[in-house]
Design a protein. Structure first.
Length: 451
Protein backbone atom coordinates (compact mmCIF):
# COMPACT_ATOMS: atom_id res chain seq x y z
CA UNK A 1 0.00 0.00 0.00
CA UNK A 2 1.40 3.41 -0.97
CA UNK A 3 1.71 6.42 1.26
CA UNK A 4 -0.77 8.37 -0.84
CA UNK A 5 -3.45 5.74 -0.28
CA UNK A 6 -3.30 6.17 3.48
CA UNK A 7 -4.17 9.86 3.57
CA UNK A 8 -7.35 10.22 5.53
CA UNK A 9 -10.45 10.74 3.37
CA UNK A 10 -11.26 14.15 4.81
CA UNK A 11 -7.71 15.38 4.37
CA UNK A 12 -7.56 13.90 0.89
CA UNK A 13 -10.65 15.87 -0.02
CA UNK A 14 -9.03 19.02 1.38
CA UNK A 15 -5.78 18.45 -0.50
CA UNK A 16 -7.46 17.68 -3.86
CA UNK A 17 -7.50 20.82 -6.00
CA UNK A 18 -10.77 21.88 -7.47
CA UNK A 19 -11.20 22.28 -11.19
CA UNK A 20 -11.50 25.97 -10.98
CA UNK A 21 -8.82 26.59 -8.43
CA UNK A 22 -8.06 25.87 -4.81
CA UNK A 23 -11.14 24.42 -3.15
CA UNK A 24 -10.15 25.12 0.47
CA UNK A 25 -12.92 26.42 2.66
CA UNK A 26 -10.13 27.36 5.08
CA UNK A 27 -9.28 30.25 2.76
CA UNK A 28 -12.75 31.77 3.15
CA UNK A 29 -11.92 33.68 6.34
CA UNK A 30 -8.40 34.95 5.44
CA UNK A 31 -9.53 36.16 1.99
CA UNK A 32 -12.55 37.99 3.43
CA UNK A 33 -10.50 39.49 6.25
CA UNK A 34 -7.73 40.60 3.90
CA UNK A 35 -9.99 42.65 1.66
CA UNK A 36 -11.90 44.09 4.61
CA UNK A 37 -8.63 45.20 6.21
CA UNK A 38 -7.28 46.47 2.89
CA UNK A 39 -10.34 48.66 2.33
CA UNK A 40 -10.10 49.99 5.88
CA UNK A 41 -6.37 50.67 5.52
CA UNK A 42 -6.82 52.56 2.25
CA UNK A 43 -9.67 54.64 3.67
CA UNK A 44 -7.60 55.51 6.74
CA UNK A 45 -4.38 56.08 4.76
CA UNK A 46 -4.69 56.30 0.95
CA UNK A 47 -0.89 56.50 0.63
CA UNK A 48 -0.79 52.73 1.07
CA UNK A 49 -1.87 52.36 -2.56
CA UNK A 50 1.13 54.03 -4.13
CA UNK A 51 4.52 52.97 -5.37
CA UNK A 52 6.22 53.98 -2.12
CA UNK A 53 3.39 52.64 0.03
CA UNK A 54 3.36 49.18 -1.50
CA UNK A 55 7.18 49.12 -1.58
CA UNK A 56 7.35 49.89 2.14
CA UNK A 57 4.61 47.34 2.88
CA UNK A 58 6.47 44.59 1.01
CA UNK A 59 9.76 45.06 2.85
CA UNK A 60 8.02 45.27 6.24
CA UNK A 61 5.85 42.19 5.63
CA UNK A 62 8.60 40.07 4.01
CA UNK A 63 10.21 38.82 7.28
CA UNK A 64 6.80 37.89 8.69
CA UNK A 65 5.79 36.00 5.56
CA UNK A 66 9.04 34.02 5.50
CA UNK A 67 8.83 33.32 9.23
CA UNK A 68 5.33 31.93 8.66
CA UNK A 69 6.67 29.70 5.87
CA UNK A 70 9.37 28.47 8.26
CA UNK A 71 6.76 27.49 10.84
CA UNK A 72 4.63 25.80 8.19
CA UNK A 73 7.22 23.11 7.43
CA UNK A 74 7.46 21.87 11.03
CA UNK A 75 3.74 22.25 11.74
CA UNK A 76 2.87 19.93 8.85
CA UNK A 77 5.24 17.34 10.36
CA UNK A 78 2.86 16.85 13.30
CA UNK A 79 3.41 16.17 17.01
CA UNK A 80 2.33 19.75 17.68
CA UNK A 81 5.68 21.02 16.42
CA UNK A 82 5.11 24.76 16.68
CA UNK A 83 8.58 26.30 16.72
CA UNK A 84 8.28 29.01 19.36
CA UNK A 85 11.97 29.81 18.86
CA UNK A 86 11.47 31.14 15.34
CA UNK A 87 11.63 34.77 16.54
CA UNK A 88 14.82 34.45 18.59
CA UNK A 89 16.34 32.36 15.79
CA UNK A 90 15.78 35.22 13.37
CA UNK A 91 17.48 37.57 15.83
CA UNK A 92 20.32 35.09 16.42
CA UNK A 93 21.15 34.88 12.71
CA UNK A 94 20.80 38.66 12.50
CA UNK A 95 23.18 39.55 15.34
CA UNK A 96 25.79 36.92 14.45
CA UNK A 97 25.74 38.06 10.83
CA UNK A 98 26.22 41.70 11.89
CA UNK A 99 29.15 40.75 14.13
CA UNK A 100 30.79 38.69 11.38
CA UNK A 101 30.30 41.51 8.89
CA UNK A 102 31.82 43.96 11.36
CA UNK A 103 34.82 41.66 11.82
CA UNK A 104 35.29 41.47 8.04
CA UNK A 105 34.78 37.70 7.90
CA UNK A 106 31.80 37.91 5.54
CA UNK A 107 30.44 40.70 3.38
CA UNK A 108 29.58 39.55 -0.10
CA UNK A 109 26.01 38.47 -0.91
CA UNK A 110 27.06 34.84 -1.47
CA UNK A 111 28.92 34.58 1.83
CA UNK A 112 26.09 36.24 3.77
CA UNK A 113 23.42 33.98 2.28
CA UNK A 114 25.53 30.85 2.80
CA UNK A 115 26.25 31.69 6.43
CA UNK A 116 22.63 32.53 7.27
CA UNK A 117 21.28 29.37 5.63
CA UNK A 118 23.88 27.16 7.32
CA UNK A 119 23.18 28.75 10.70
CA UNK A 120 19.43 28.23 10.31
CA UNK A 121 19.85 24.62 9.19
CA UNK A 122 22.32 23.83 11.99
CA UNK A 123 19.95 25.03 14.70
CA UNK A 124 16.94 23.23 13.26
CA UNK A 125 18.85 19.96 12.80
CA UNK A 126 19.94 20.05 16.45
CA UNK A 127 16.33 20.59 17.50
CA UNK A 128 15.18 17.74 15.26
CA UNK A 129 17.76 15.33 16.70
CA UNK A 130 16.68 16.19 20.24
CA UNK A 131 13.02 15.57 19.38
CA UNK A 132 13.73 12.30 17.57
CA UNK A 133 16.41 10.63 19.69
CA UNK A 134 16.02 12.22 23.13
CA UNK A 135 12.21 11.92 22.70
CA UNK A 136 11.38 15.26 24.28
CA UNK A 137 8.09 16.88 23.33
CA UNK A 138 8.64 19.39 20.46
CA UNK A 139 6.86 22.17 22.32
CA UNK A 140 9.30 21.80 25.24
CA UNK A 141 12.28 21.81 22.89
CA UNK A 142 11.06 24.91 21.07
CA UNK A 143 10.33 26.74 24.32
CA UNK A 144 13.81 25.88 25.59
CA UNK A 145 15.26 27.17 22.35
CA UNK A 146 13.27 30.38 22.71
CA UNK A 147 14.70 31.06 26.18
CA UNK A 148 18.23 29.98 25.29
CA UNK A 149 18.49 32.00 22.08
CA UNK A 150 16.97 35.07 23.74
CA UNK A 151 19.82 35.05 26.27
CA UNK A 152 22.53 34.17 23.75
CA UNK A 153 21.47 37.05 21.50
CA UNK A 154 21.98 39.52 24.33
CA UNK A 155 25.42 38.09 25.05
CA UNK A 156 26.46 38.41 21.39
CA UNK A 157 25.02 41.91 20.98
CA UNK A 158 23.95 43.58 24.26
CA UNK A 159 22.17 46.46 22.50
CA UNK A 160 21.03 47.27 18.97
CA UNK A 161 23.89 48.35 16.76
CA UNK A 162 26.19 47.45 13.95
CA UNK A 163 25.79 47.98 10.23
CA UNK A 164 24.22 45.70 7.63
CA UNK A 165 26.32 44.51 4.67
CA UNK A 166 26.92 47.11 1.99
CA UNK A 167 24.83 45.32 -0.64
CA UNK A 168 21.76 45.72 1.62
CA UNK A 169 22.13 49.50 1.78
CA UNK A 170 19.17 50.22 -0.51
CA UNK A 171 17.09 47.11 0.19
CA UNK A 172 15.03 48.86 2.84
CA UNK A 173 14.42 52.09 0.92
CA UNK A 174 10.87 51.11 -0.03
CA UNK A 175 10.66 53.73 -2.80
CA UNK A 176 9.47 51.31 -5.49
CA UNK A 177 7.13 48.34 -5.68
CA UNK A 178 9.80 45.86 -6.68
CA UNK A 179 12.61 45.16 -4.20
CA UNK A 180 15.03 42.32 -3.36
CA UNK A 181 12.93 41.43 -0.31
CA UNK A 182 9.85 41.05 -2.50
CA UNK A 183 11.85 38.91 -4.92
CA UNK A 184 12.89 36.61 -2.07
CA UNK A 185 9.25 36.23 -0.97
CA UNK A 186 8.12 35.46 -4.53
CA UNK A 187 10.86 32.85 -5.01
CA UNK A 188 10.06 31.29 -1.61
CA UNK A 189 6.38 31.07 -2.54
CA UNK A 190 7.18 29.48 -5.90
CA UNK A 191 9.41 26.97 -4.12
CA UNK A 192 6.55 25.96 -1.82
CA UNK A 193 4.17 25.56 -4.76
CA UNK A 194 6.67 23.29 -6.51
CA UNK A 195 7.53 21.48 -3.28
CA UNK A 196 3.87 20.51 -2.80
CA UNK A 197 4.11 18.34 -5.92
CA UNK A 198 6.94 16.17 -4.61
CA UNK A 199 6.72 12.77 -2.96
CA UNK A 200 8.54 14.17 0.06
CA UNK A 201 5.68 16.59 0.70
CA UNK A 202 3.18 13.73 0.50
CA UNK A 203 5.23 11.77 3.04
CA UNK A 204 5.44 14.85 5.24
CA UNK A 205 1.67 15.33 5.24
CA UNK A 206 1.04 11.67 5.92
CA UNK A 207 3.48 11.70 8.81
CA UNK A 208 1.77 14.75 10.26
CA UNK A 209 -1.67 13.16 9.86
CA UNK A 210 -0.79 9.73 11.23
CA UNK A 211 2.83 9.01 12.10
CA UNK A 212 2.13 5.37 12.94
CA UNK A 213 0.50 4.74 9.57
CA UNK A 214 3.40 6.48 7.85
CA UNK A 215 5.89 4.25 9.65
CA UNK A 216 3.87 1.16 8.71
CA UNK A 217 4.06 1.98 5.01
CA UNK A 218 7.83 2.22 5.18
CA UNK A 219 8.21 5.98 5.08
CA UNK A 220 11.54 6.99 6.71
CA UNK A 221 9.91 9.26 9.27
CA UNK A 222 13.26 10.19 10.84
CA UNK A 223 14.62 11.53 7.56
CA UNK A 224 11.34 13.22 6.72
CA UNK A 225 11.21 15.00 10.09
CA UNK A 226 14.83 16.14 9.77
CA UNK A 227 14.08 17.33 6.24
CA UNK A 228 11.15 19.39 7.51
CA UNK A 229 13.42 21.09 10.05
CA UNK A 230 16.02 21.75 7.36
CA UNK A 231 13.40 23.49 5.22
CA UNK A 232 12.30 25.48 8.26
CA UNK A 233 15.90 26.55 8.89
CA UNK A 234 16.29 27.77 5.31
CA UNK A 235 13.18 29.92 5.50
CA UNK A 236 14.20 31.24 8.91
CA UNK A 237 17.50 32.32 7.37
CA UNK A 238 15.73 34.12 4.53
CA UNK A 239 13.47 35.82 7.07
CA UNK A 240 16.52 36.98 9.00
CA UNK A 241 18.13 38.39 5.83
CA UNK A 242 14.98 40.40 5.04
CA UNK A 243 14.78 41.47 8.68
CA UNK A 244 18.39 42.71 8.57
CA UNK A 245 17.73 44.65 5.37
CA UNK A 246 14.68 46.21 7.02
CA UNK A 247 16.45 47.56 10.13
CA UNK A 248 19.93 47.87 8.49
CA UNK A 249 21.61 46.81 11.74
CA UNK A 250 21.55 44.16 14.44
CA UNK A 251 18.90 43.86 17.13
CA UNK A 252 18.92 41.09 19.76
CA UNK A 253 15.32 41.56 20.88
CA UNK A 254 13.13 42.85 18.07
CA UNK A 255 13.09 39.56 16.19
CA UNK A 256 11.37 37.78 19.07
CA UNK A 257 8.13 39.59 18.19
CA UNK A 258 7.84 37.40 15.09
CA UNK A 259 7.03 34.33 17.20
CA UNK A 260 3.50 35.40 18.15
CA UNK A 261 2.74 37.10 14.84
CA UNK A 262 3.95 34.15 12.74
CA UNK A 263 1.96 31.62 14.78
CA UNK A 264 -1.12 33.84 14.52
CA UNK A 265 -0.65 34.22 10.75
CA UNK A 266 -0.27 30.46 10.35
CA UNK A 267 -3.47 29.69 12.27
CA UNK A 268 -5.31 32.51 10.51
CA UNK A 269 -4.33 30.91 7.19
CA UNK A 270 -6.14 27.68 8.06
CA UNK A 271 -3.22 25.54 9.25
CA UNK A 272 -3.82 22.77 11.76
CA UNK A 273 -1.43 22.96 14.70
CA UNK A 274 -1.99 19.23 15.17
CA UNK A 275 -0.15 18.58 11.92
CA UNK A 276 -0.87 17.37 8.40
CA UNK A 277 -2.53 20.52 7.06
CA UNK A 278 -1.09 23.88 6.05
CA UNK A 279 -1.06 25.74 2.78
CA UNK A 280 1.26 28.30 1.32
CA UNK A 281 -1.57 30.53 0.07
CA UNK A 282 -3.30 30.44 3.45
CA UNK A 283 -0.04 31.26 5.23
CA UNK A 284 0.64 34.11 2.81
CA UNK A 285 -2.84 35.56 3.33
CA UNK A 286 -2.52 35.15 7.09
CA UNK A 287 0.77 37.05 7.16
CA UNK A 288 -0.65 39.83 4.98
CA UNK A 289 -3.63 40.09 7.32
CA UNK A 290 -1.37 40.45 10.34
CA UNK A 291 0.51 43.25 8.60
CA UNK A 292 -2.74 44.99 7.63
CA UNK A 293 -4.01 44.75 11.21
CA UNK A 294 -0.84 46.42 12.45
CA UNK A 295 -1.06 49.04 9.69
CA UNK A 296 -4.70 49.87 10.44
CA UNK A 297 -4.01 50.18 14.17
CA UNK A 298 -1.08 52.50 13.46
CA UNK A 299 -3.48 54.95 11.83
CA UNK A 300 -5.24 55.41 15.18
CA UNK A 301 -3.78 57.24 18.15
CA UNK A 302 -4.01 55.08 21.26
CA UNK A 303 -1.35 57.03 23.08
CA UNK A 304 0.84 55.15 25.50
CA UNK A 305 -1.12 51.92 25.11
CA UNK A 306 -0.52 51.64 21.35
CA UNK A 307 1.71 48.55 21.64
CA UNK A 308 -0.66 46.88 24.09
CA UNK A 309 -3.61 47.36 21.74
CA UNK A 310 -1.59 45.79 18.93
CA UNK A 311 -0.68 42.75 21.02
CA UNK A 312 -4.29 42.48 22.20
CA UNK A 313 -5.45 42.45 18.58
CA UNK A 314 -3.00 39.69 17.67
CA UNK A 315 -4.16 37.58 20.60
CA UNK A 316 -7.84 38.16 19.82
CA UNK A 317 -7.34 37.21 16.15
CA UNK A 318 -5.50 34.04 17.23
CA UNK A 319 -8.36 32.99 19.55
CA UNK A 320 -11.00 33.76 16.92
CA UNK A 321 -9.07 31.80 14.30
CA UNK A 322 -8.87 28.77 16.58
CA UNK A 323 -12.59 29.01 17.25
CA UNK A 324 -13.26 29.19 13.51
CA UNK A 325 -11.71 25.75 13.09
CA UNK A 326 -14.63 24.35 15.09
CA UNK A 327 -17.19 25.49 12.53
CA UNK A 328 -15.18 24.63 9.42
CA UNK A 329 -16.57 21.05 9.26
CA UNK A 330 -20.10 22.51 9.32
CA UNK A 331 -19.21 24.90 6.46
CA UNK A 332 -17.63 22.11 4.44
CA UNK A 333 -20.78 20.02 4.73
CA UNK A 334 -22.98 22.81 3.39
CA UNK A 335 -20.64 24.54 0.93
CA UNK A 336 -19.69 22.48 -2.09
CA UNK A 337 -17.45 23.34 -5.04
CA UNK A 338 -16.16 26.48 -3.35
CA UNK A 339 -13.55 28.17 -5.56
CA UNK A 340 -11.18 30.28 -3.52
CA UNK A 341 -9.80 31.86 -6.69
CA UNK A 342 -13.16 33.10 -7.97
CA UNK A 343 -14.08 34.32 -4.49
CA UNK A 344 -10.75 36.18 -4.39
CA UNK A 345 -11.33 37.76 -7.81
CA UNK A 346 -14.88 38.87 -6.99
CA UNK A 347 -13.78 40.55 -3.75
CA UNK A 348 -10.77 42.06 -5.53
CA UNK A 349 -12.99 43.77 -8.10
CA UNK A 350 -15.12 45.30 -5.34
CA UNK A 351 -12.05 46.32 -3.34
CA UNK A 352 -10.51 48.05 -6.37
CA UNK A 353 -13.67 50.11 -6.75
CA UNK A 354 -13.48 51.25 -3.14
CA UNK A 355 -9.74 51.96 -3.50
CA UNK A 356 -10.34 54.08 -6.60
CA UNK A 357 -12.98 56.05 -4.75
CA UNK A 358 -10.74 56.52 -1.69
CA UNK A 359 -7.64 57.59 -3.63
CA UNK A 360 -9.29 59.78 -6.27
CA UNK A 361 -8.70 63.51 -5.92
CA UNK A 362 -12.24 64.85 -6.02
CA UNK A 363 -11.09 68.18 -4.61
CA UNK A 364 -9.42 68.96 -7.93
CA UNK A 365 -12.78 69.03 -9.70
CA UNK A 366 -14.03 72.52 -10.41
CA UNK A 367 -17.52 73.08 -11.63
CA UNK A 368 -17.28 75.89 -14.14
CA UNK A 369 -18.95 77.01 -17.31
CA UNK A 370 -17.84 75.33 -20.47
CA UNK A 371 -17.09 71.70 -21.22
CA UNK A 372 -17.63 69.23 -18.41
CA UNK A 373 -14.41 68.37 -16.58
CA UNK A 374 -12.77 65.03 -17.24
CA UNK A 375 -13.20 62.72 -14.28
CA UNK A 376 -10.27 60.54 -15.28
CA UNK A 377 -7.08 61.95 -16.73
CA UNK A 378 -5.71 60.11 -19.76
CA UNK A 379 -2.72 58.06 -18.67
CA UNK A 380 0.00 56.82 -20.98
CA UNK A 381 0.35 53.08 -20.45
CA UNK A 382 3.38 52.85 -22.71
CA UNK A 383 1.93 50.10 -24.90
CA UNK A 384 2.41 52.11 -28.09
CA UNK A 385 3.61 55.53 -29.13
CA UNK A 386 0.95 58.02 -28.26
CA UNK A 387 -1.33 55.34 -26.85
CA UNK A 388 -3.51 56.63 -24.03
CA UNK A 389 -6.32 55.17 -22.01
CA UNK A 390 -8.39 56.65 -19.26
CA UNK A 391 -7.95 55.40 -15.73
CA UNK A 392 -11.57 54.27 -15.69
CA UNK A 393 -11.17 52.26 -18.89
CA UNK A 394 -7.94 50.72 -17.62
CA UNK A 395 -9.42 49.45 -14.35
CA UNK A 396 -12.60 48.24 -16.02
CA UNK A 397 -10.46 46.28 -18.46
CA UNK A 398 -8.37 44.83 -15.64
CA UNK A 399 -11.52 43.81 -13.75
CA UNK A 400 -12.98 42.23 -16.87
CA UNK A 401 -9.83 40.22 -17.50
CA UNK A 402 -9.61 39.20 -13.85
CA UNK A 403 -13.12 37.76 -13.91
CA UNK A 404 -13.29 36.23 -17.37
CA UNK A 405 -9.95 34.43 -17.50
CA UNK A 406 -10.55 32.28 -14.36
CA UNK A 407 -14.09 31.53 -15.57
CA UNK A 408 -12.83 30.44 -18.98
CA UNK A 409 -10.15 28.28 -17.42
CA UNK A 410 -12.73 26.64 -15.17
CA UNK A 411 -15.02 25.86 -18.13
CA UNK A 412 -12.14 24.51 -20.22
CA UNK A 413 -11.01 22.18 -17.46
CA UNK A 414 -14.52 20.90 -16.86
CA UNK A 415 -14.89 20.20 -20.56
CA UNK A 416 -11.56 18.44 -20.91
CA UNK A 417 -11.97 16.33 -17.78
CA UNK A 418 -8.72 17.46 -16.21
CA UNK A 419 -8.72 17.73 -12.44
CA UNK A 420 -5.78 20.00 -11.70
CA UNK A 421 -4.88 23.30 -13.31
CA UNK A 422 -3.23 24.89 -10.30
CA UNK A 423 -0.20 26.08 -12.33
CA UNK A 424 -2.48 27.93 -14.77
CA UNK A 425 -4.44 29.43 -11.90
CA UNK A 426 -1.27 30.71 -10.25
CA UNK A 427 -0.05 32.15 -13.54
CA UNK A 428 -3.31 34.10 -13.92
CA UNK A 429 -3.20 35.44 -10.36
CA UNK A 430 0.48 36.38 -10.60
CA UNK A 431 -0.15 38.11 -13.95
CA UNK A 432 -2.97 40.17 -12.44
CA UNK A 433 -0.83 41.10 -9.44
CA UNK A 434 2.05 42.15 -11.68
CA UNK A 435 -0.37 44.18 -13.80
CA UNK A 436 -1.57 46.10 -10.76
CA UNK A 437 2.01 46.53 -9.51
CA UNK A 438 3.05 47.86 -12.92
CA UNK A 439 0.16 50.31 -12.93
CA UNK A 440 0.99 51.59 -9.45
CA UNK A 441 4.74 51.80 -10.13
CA UNK A 442 4.02 53.96 -13.19
CA UNK A 443 1.86 56.36 -11.21
CA UNK A 444 -1.57 55.38 -12.50
CA UNK A 445 -3.12 55.53 -9.04
CA UNK A 446 -1.55 58.90 -8.44
CA UNK A 447 -2.89 60.53 -11.60
CA UNK A 448 -4.08 64.04 -10.89
CA UNK A 449 -7.13 65.62 -12.44
CA UNK A 450 -6.52 68.71 -14.46
CA UNK A 451 -8.74 71.64 -13.58
Amino acid sequence: MTAEALILPAQEAESRPARGGTSSVELLMPITLMFALLIMAVIRSPMLISSAGIGAASIVAAPLILATYALMATVIAGRGTVDLAIGPLISFINVTMIQLVGAGLIGSPISVFIYCILAGIAYQVVMALIVIYVRVQPIIVSLSGYLALSGINLVILPRPGGVAPDFMADWGAGTSVFSPSLAIVVLATVFWLLFKRTAFYTHLRLMGSDERAAFTTGIPITKVRIGAHVISGIFAALASICFTSLISSGDPGQGTTYTLTAVTALVLGGASLGGGRAGVMGSLLGAINIYLISYCLSTFNFGTVQSFVTQLSYGAILVISLLMTLILPFIQRHVHKFSALLYFVVLAVGAFGVILHATYNYAALKLASGPAPKLFTPVDLGFAAGGHASLLTYWLSAAFVGVTIPLLLRILVQRSGKSDISPAIYVVVIALILLVAYAISHGLMGAQVKP
